[in-house]
Ligand binder design. Structure first.
Ligand code: AMP
Ligand code: MG
Length: 284
């Protein structure tokens, strides 16, 4: 990483969840690992976006040449945490051809008639793609647990099921980057207020979001269990303080860059004779 870019350590180190630490201690307005301000953060987002885009093109090029590797960004967070903003402002910086985004809302009747990973499997990224999950299989140990949508005997085994699912993904070449975005109750209130004050935001407003605020402590408990039980060596959780949108966007951009750089991608070699083709073109 370039010097003077505001990061005092890598984003993945700074943000990685340490199992056992209390969720209630998360500073939702913090910026762990970054000592720059908003102006620097926004400036960096643009330049790092260019780097992200270059790496994504490399991944895509390799995918086109038969490489099975892919990246999957999993976004979890309460309403208004900024998941949609990540899709628009971070993923939006790369070529949409190489991106597969899926959002997971309330399951349909058909989805409910299958096991909880059925709809998830169908949306995993192909070789060369960056997949993005706006909510994910983790809803099945979050909202489902908080609202007793299935008995504990059903949701409890899901932590292990998820761990082995993600292990399978890793062994088939998918790097899983998990981000839990944490917004404070106060900041959420401001953002919901904005959705009620601005006609261009009504579409994001859901009256049920207010009811969910009453379940905050139960959600915190469910997030604690999720982070502690599904932070594995192959697929660790990152906690993203989300009260400052510029920080959460910058942080996730860095996590993606780190993951892509660790794949050590090169441009795929030509599968034709370059000199021969040049000679043919000259004559054509
Ligand atoms: P949004 O992301 O604002 O479109 O809202 C989607 C809603 O679907 C959220 O309230 C989620 O909690 C809910 N949801 C997502 N997955 C599940 C699930 N497996 N079971 C029940 N509700 C879910
Ligand atoms: Mg919503």
């Amino acid at each position: 990483m370039a010097k003077n870019d505001g990061w005092t350590e890598s984003a993945s180190e700074a943000l990685r969840w340490r199992p056992g630490s209390p969720v209630t201690d998360i500073d939702t307005s913090g910026k762990p690992g970054f000592d720059g301000d908003k102006a620097l953060g926004e400036e960096l987002l643009a330049s790092r976006g260019a780097r992200l885009s270059e790496l994504q093109e490399l991944l895509y090029a390799n995918g086109r040449s038969g490489d099975h590797r892919s990246v999957l960004l999993v976004l979890q967070g309460m309403d208004t945490a900024g998941k949609g903003g990540i899709v628009r402002h971070v993923i939006g910086m790369v070529d949409p051809q190489g991106v597969h985004t899926a959002s997971f809302g309330k399951p349909t009747d058909e989805e409910l008639s299958h096991d909880f990973l059925w709809r998830i499997h169908k949306q995993t990224p192909k070789g060369g793609q960056i997949g993005v999950f706006d909510r994910s299989h983790y809803e099945d140990v979050l909202v489902v647990r908080v609202h007793d949508l299935v008995p504990q005997s059903v949701w409890e085994p899901r932590y292990d099921i998820i761990n082995s699912f993600e292990e399978d993904l890793a062994s088939s070449g998918t790097t899983v980057i998990k981000c839990a975005m944490f917004v404070s109750l106060d900041e959420q209130k401001k953002r919901l207020q904005e959705r009620l004050d601005r006609p261009d935001k009504y579409w994001k407003y859901n009256p049920a979001d207010i009811d969910e605020r009453g379940y905050w402590p139960k959600y915190q408990e469910a997030y604690q269990a999720m982070l502690d039980r599904t932070s594995t060596a192959g697929a660790p959780w990152h906690v993203i303080p989300a009260d400052r949108k510029w920080f959460s966007r910058l942080a996730i951009t860095e996590l993606l860059i780190e993951a892509l750089e660790s794949l050590n991608l090169d441009w795929p070699p030509a599968d034709f004779d370059v000199e021969h083709e040049k000679a043919r073109l000259a004559e054509a």
